[in-house]
Each structure stands twice: as structure tokens, then as C-alpha cells.
Design a protein around this ligand. Structure first.
Ligand SMILES: *Cc1c(COP(=O)(O)O)cnc(C)c1O
Length: 460
């Protein structure tokens, strides 16, 4: 930012101002917006990247400016656990990407999710969440249950289940766009109707939140479906290259927090568009301390520059891998929204610009062991198809994580979903021989060859 923090500024948050600066942005493509946003934001010395500012604290000539920053009456920085110029630049870039009002960036995606709920929940609130959740997000909602919150885990593919779960004290709804590893897609249109009808009938305003990580704002804009907030694990496709952890929360402008019972009195004197995000910045990011470093923010911004290019290639490779696996005799089931057999294929086609690069498949059980119980604890036996397949891979990496440039494979039941036990897994639709693939950017033929030789090793 060329402008000094010592000067008076009108907004409490630089993000919406930058957002409003250019009408052209609304019509420009995603790639152009990402690549040119830094310059519009204003960089020092004409740098074409926003600089990395490592300052922990910021000094003021006039003490009243420092006071005004503390009181949210003036934009500026006080202590970088709350906000800093480099993370601020990334926040405004994420806002443009999501088409939202303002954003916060965090040390991780989970920090964005937990910070939102810790900051905005009020005693007695009921939350409806998808039953198909990223493992650690599921774990977080169970912590809320342990702390006394009422949480309903429902099958969001069926909007009737959301309707049935509604209570007079329901305050939040949370889902993911494409769940992993099962790739279930919620009935976004049906749920939007259910929530709107609830409000119309005099029900409490329900704040709807969506995790856009698997689709990214390139493939899907949650704002179009009326969501109040979008969260992203920037660690995944957005940064893309597996070398930085980060997350974001975007206010999509759908909820006017002012006057809402969940907004604390100290944030009620702000502009309506600022109050909820100021509350999340203070009660969530500041108090929990899961702040992204300026260096981390720079790495995310750099990775983001190739998001659209990478995503196009991810999609192409994932479709080829899913199509190949679907035809393979040793594969019992493939979960990928790009396949016509996927139960929500038509929705994905209508709502998303692509089907994502996460898929999972279940290997056939060996004949000699059919119906026998697989050991539920410890590692794999050497007779397990998943063991044989996984250890035979030569290019695809045996690893957790997703959205990396490299193709990654993981047997989910014994790893990510191990903690929840067989009952929890059955409820989430996780099979014991299920393998998740995050399809990367390798040459397609090499990926298909690797799968072929590894499947050839599996003895049924
Ligand atoms: C990885 C992931 C998260 C958590 O993100 P981190 O950056 O690892 O904390 C949340 N949701 C989904 C869908 C994810 O894939």
C-alpha cells in the first residue's frame, strides 16, 4: 500500500473499498482478476507483486489514529495477529475471487471454520451440518457438541432431511460443495428454498456457510446460491503446490449482521456490512490466534496466479482417471461427479464449471474372503487389496492431503476416518477398501499406466 497508515481513511476494512474501486472486475475473467489485483490494490515502488511486510506492529504519529484503529473507526494496522498489509492484500484477492464483500485469511482452512463458529455462536444455538464432512471439520463439530451445542448431522443431498432437522433455535447451516472421499453433492437449490421458506414463516435467520475447497471459486461461486459465507482451505487447489497452509473466510454479503442477536453489543455500532466480519476478526482470528504469516500469504498469492491453468488440467486428468477406473474389473465402485452414474451428476453439471479433481474408488473384495470381517484395527494385512494396490504405486504418492500438483493416494478408512470407528465410517458411507485420489498435473498417460500396473498386482 503506498498510502501511509498515518493518514485518515474512511473504511474500517480496506477490502470493500478495493472491491468497489473497479466495475471492470465484475466482467473480467478469474485469471485476469487474480493476476492484476495487486496492482489495483496499490503496491510500493510499482512492484507487480504486493510486498511482504513482516512488521508485527505499526507506529502512528497521532495517538488518536491508533485509538481510531483500535475502535474500528479507521482502517489501519495495530498488531499483525489481527491484520497486516500482506495478509490484507490476500484477503482482498480472495474477495474478488469469491465475488464477496470482504474476507479474512487464516493459518489454515480449519482455523477459518473454527474461528467463524467460535466468534458467532451464541449459547443455545442449534447447527445443521452435512453428514459428509472433511474428517477434521467433523471432529470440530463434535467438539462443539461436547461443549454443549446442539448439532444435527444430516444427509444434505436430500433437502427434506434439512427441513426435518430445523428447530426454532437453528442458527447455522454448514455443508461442503463436493464431499470427500464420497464426492456427495448437497441439494443446493432445495436447501436454499428450505432456508428461505423457514425465514418467510417467521423463523430465525439461518446463517448458511459452505466449504468451497474442493470446487474453488473458479468452479463455483456460492454467492449465486445465496450462501452467507464461503470458506476455503487455501492449502489445497488455490495455493496448489503443497508448500503452505492457509485458509479463508469470505462474507458474501447475504447476511446483514447489524441488529442480529448473535452480534455482540460492542460491534453493533459499526456499519452493517462490517459488524459480523469485525466480530469474527476479533473474537475469532485475534482471540484464537490462528493468523497467517505475511510469508505464507505471499506464497498463497503466488500459487493462486496459476489456479485456473492448474484446475483445467486437474479436471481433465481426473475425468480420465475416473473413466479408466470405472471400467476396471478389480474396481467395485468409483465416486466422481463427472461420471454419468454419479447420483448428483446432473446437479454438478448445472452448478459447477467442472467436477473437481477428487475421486475415490473401492477395490473388489478378494473372492476367498468375501463376507469375512476385515480387521478393524492396526495396519493392513498383505492380503488386503488396498495394501497390494497402494504399495505397488510408482508415480502416485502414498500420502494424505489433496489439491497438490502431484497425484496423491490414501486408503481412507484406516487413516483419515480411523478415529471415528466402524460405526462412524458406515454412517458417512466410508468403505474399508476405499482409496481416495487427489488427481494431480502429471502427464495423463503416466498416471493411467501407474494405475494399470498397480491394479495388476492386486490378487482377488
Ligand atoms: C483440507 C480441508 C480443510 C482444512 O484445511 P486445512 O488448510 O488443512 O486446515 C477443510 N475442508 C476441506 C474440504 C478440506 O479439504
Amino acid at each position: 500500500m503506498t498510502k501511509s497508515n498515518n493518514k485518515k481513511a474512511k473504511s474500517t476494512d480496506p477490502t470493500p473499498k478495493v472491491q468497489a474501486k473497479s466495475k471492470a472486475k465484475q466482467t473480467r475473467g478469474v485469471a485476469t482478476n487474480i493476476l492484476h489485483h495487486d496492482l489495483e490494490y496499490g503496491t510500493a515502488h510499482g512492484g507487480i507483486h504486493f510486498g511482504i511486510d513482516p512488521s508485527v506492529t505499526f507506529g502512528y504519529k497521532d495517538v488518536n489514529d491508533l485509538v481510531a484503529v483500535f475502535q474500528n473507526r479507521q482502517s489501519g494496522y495495530a498488531y499483525s495477529r489481527n491484520s497486516s498489509p500482506t495478509t490484507g492484500a490476500l484477503e482482498s484477492k480472495v474477495t474478488v475471487l469469491e465475488g464477496g464483500r470482504s474476507s479474512l485469511v487464516y493459518a489454515t482452512g480449519l482455523a477459518a471454520i473454527s474461528s467463524l463458529f467460535i466468534a458467532l455462536l451464541k449459547e443455545g444455538d442449534h447447527i445443521i451440518v452435512s453428514r459428509y464432512l472433511f474428517g477434521n471439520t467433523y471432529s470440530f463439530f463434535n467438539t462443539l457438541v461436547r461443549l454443549g451445542f446442539d448439532v444435527s448431522f444430516v444427509d444434505t443431498c436430500n433437502s427434506k432431511k434439512v427441513l426435518e432437522a430445523l428447530q426454532p433455535n437453528t442458527k447455522f447451516f454448514f455443508t461442503e460443495t463436493i464431499a470427500n472421499p464420497g464426492t456427495q453433492i448437497p441439494d443446493l437449490t432445495g436447501i436454499a428454498h428450505v432456508l428461505a421458506a423457514h425465514k418467510k414463516k417467521g423463523g430465525r435467520k439461518i446463517i448458511s456457510v459452505i466449504d468451497n475447497t474442493i470446487t474453488t471459486p473458479y468452479l463455483f461461486k456460492p454467492k449465486k446460491m445465496g450462501f452467507a459465507f464461503s470458506v476455503n482451505s487455501l492449502t489445497k487447489f488455490i495455493a496448489g503446490q503443497g508448500s503452505v497452509l492457509a485458509g479463508s473466510l469470505t462474507d458474501l454479503g447475504e447476511w446483514k449482521g447489524l441488529g442480529d442477536e448473535n452480534i455482540l453489543p460492542s460491534y453493533q455500532n459499526l456499519k452493517p456490512e462490517d459488524c459480523q466480519m469485525v466480530q469474527v476478526r476479533k473474537k475469532g482470528m485475534r482471540d484464537l490466534g490462528a493468523t497467517l504469516s505475511p510469508f505464507g500469504a505471499h506464497l498463497v498469492a503466488l500459487g493462486m496466479e496459476t489456479l485456473t491453468l492448474r484446475m483445467d488440467k486437474h479436471l481433465e486428468n481426473a475425468q480420465a482417471v475416473a473413466t479408466y477406473l470405472e471400467k476396471h474389473p478389480k474396481v467395485a465402485k468409483v465416486h466422481y461427479p463427472g461420471l454419468k452414474a454419479h447420483p448428483q451428476h446432473a446437479w454438478a453439471k448445472k452448478w459447477f464449471k467442472g467436477y473437481g479433481a477428487i475421486l475415490s474408488f473401492v477395490l473388489q473384495e478378494p473372492r476367498r474372503r468375501k463376507n469375512s470381517n476385515i480387521k478393524n484395527t492396526g495396519g493392513f494385512s498383505k492380503n488386503d487389496p488396498a495394501y497390494q494396490f497402494m504399495n505397488a504405486l510408482k508415480i502416485i504418492i502414498r500420502s494424505s492431503h489433496l489439491g497438490d500438483s502431484r497425484t496423491l493416494a490414501i486408503p481412507v478408512a484406516k487413516t483419515i476416518f480411523n478415529e471415528m470407528g466402524p460405526t462412524g465410517r458406515a454412517q458417512m458411507g466410508i468403505a474399508e477398501q476405499q482409496i481416495r485420489l487427489s488427481v494431480g498435473l502429471e502427464d495423463q498417460r503416466d498416471l493411467l499406466n501407474d494405475l494399470e500396473q498397480a491394479l495388476a498386482v492386486v490378487k482377488l
